[in-house]
Design a protein around this ligand. Structure first.
Ligand code: GLV
Ligand code: MN
Ligand code: MN
Length: 417
């Protein structure tokens, strides 16, 4: 390890708590949907903090923000660190936020110690990682990586019909730069685990070797609105009953293919009136598995069940796979830097595959990439009670700093040869 720099744990914690007020909820979580006013507020804060450190902040066409700190050798592509500042509607204080503010803390530490890296260092805030308001998830890192186009994401709409482009322009974060125009030497993403493994094994650091594959679907079941009092049971076309059967089926697919998982997370019942037999139901399906072949089987089972379950109820349906993200393996040389960084601080560690989606999964297509996980209490995430301790946050940022500096040394050595 090249240095003995230490991050400032208190400063990191203060930033986590200060920014939690942008969209802070009564239950102590954050509701900061992508491209909302709260998202704009936290972006403005982030930009100002980076500028205080003398960094230039650039914004691309997808709203991704890049704060760059020059290195000794600016012909090298920057080493990036980052994650996302948007949250779920009932999100916690750490999902995504720790990765951006941990990276900001690394930047502050380098600045304060006047430490010069070889390559430039870049802190990134990726737009709309959650995909909760505008599907799909990891949308803007997807454009950066060339997996999605700006035109495609611009026309995605939220459930109120607002387009991504309208929302992006409204908050003033449609930047001039083409997404993906500049290259990274590497990207490191610090994140909470969002599952229970590290906590249960009393480990501090998850060395993330990859991300499981995931697929999203939208289904609309169509029946017929009818009077609940006057329509006999045998004449009904009740779309909600069809949806109920499908929700059971989706859960059973997940149970059957563990460690795969399957979820219906969003459902809209129409007309949603207590005395109308529901004529139409919209719902989403989220299937995940580390193995693409098993995901194919899960998908086939979902489709067969739609066919088999809805026809006897005299219901029709439309189903569309709207997004998929292949299973990803991270870069061995970066994983090694994370292991060495965790060992330097004597943190207990274990290898793991991420169950959640992350911007790193897309960036791995265009640059060597990896992730660092720290525990979260009870494995709880996408929940206002999400909690990672002061010490665990600090540990994550310290490992991020040391891993980035180890990679910077390696890169300089290689490019000198
Ligand atoms: C993002 O948080 C996802 O895993 O869906
Ligand atoms: Mn996240
Ligand atoms: Mn999330």
């Amino acid at each position: 390890m090249p240095t003995n720099l230490s991050i400032n744990s208190q400063r990191l914690w203060d930033s986590l708590m200060d920014t939690a007020k942008f969209g802070g909820t009564e239950k102590g979580g954050i509701c900061r949907l992508a491209l909302s006013d709260e998202d704009r507020q936290v972006r403005d804060w982030f930009k100002a903090q980076c500028e205080t450190l003398g960094c230039t902040v650039r914004v691309d066409e997808a709203g991704n923000m890049f704060a760059v700190r020059p290195g000794r050798r600016n012909e090298l592509a920057p080493i990036a660190m980052g994650s996302h500042l948007d949250t779920q509607p009932t999100g916690g204080k750490f999902d995504g936020v720790l990765g951006v503010l941990g990276a900001l803390e690394v930047l502050r530490t380098l600045h304060e110690q006047d430490y010069q890296t070889n390559a430039p260092i870049e802190v990134v805030n990726w737009t709309n990682e959650e995909g909760s308001r505008f599907p799909p998830a990891m949308m803007a890192s997807g454009v950066f990586a060339g997996a999605l186009t700006a035109e495609y994401i611009y026309q995605q709409t939220d459930r109120d019909g607002v387009t991504f482009l309208e929302a992006l322009e409204r908050i003033g974060y449609r930047g001039p730069m083409k997404a993906g125009d500049h290259k990274f030497s590497a990207m490191f993403e610090l994140h909470i685990e969002q599952g229970p493994v590290l906590e249960s094994e009393k480990k501090i650091v998850g060395v993330v070797t990859g991300v499981q594959g995931m697929r999203w679907y939208e289904v609309t079941i169509k029946g017929e609105d009818a009077h609940t009092g006057a329509t006999p049971m045998w004449l009904r076309k009740n779309a909600l009953v069809g949806a109920a059967r499908m929700i059971e089926v989706v859960d059973a697919i997940g149970q059957k293919h563990q460690p795969g998982v399957a979820t219906v997370g969003l459902i809209e019942n129409k007309p949603n009136s207590r005395n109308v037999v529901p004529g139409e139901v919209f719902f989403t399906v989220d299937l995940r598995h580390p193995d693409e072949n098993t995901l194919d089987v899960m998908e086939a089972e979902l489709r067969a069940a739609l066919e088999a379950s809805l026809a006897p109820l005299r219901l029709s349906y439309e189903e569309k796979r709207i997004w998929s993200s292949r299973a990803v393996k991270f870069a061995p040389e970066l994983i090694d830097c994370v292991r060495r960084a965790a060992a330097k601080s004597n943190f207990g560690m274990r290898d793991m595959v991420s169950g959640a989606g992350h911007d790193a999964a897309y960036i791995a297509r265009v640059a060597p990439t990896t992730m660092i996980f720290v525990p979260c209490e009870g494995g709880l995430s996408h929940n206002e009670a999400e909690s990672t301790s002061y010490d665990e946050c600090a540990a994550g940022a310290q490992v991020l700093l040391d891993a980035v500096l180890a990679y910077d040394e390696m890169l300089a050595g290689e490019t000198r040869k």
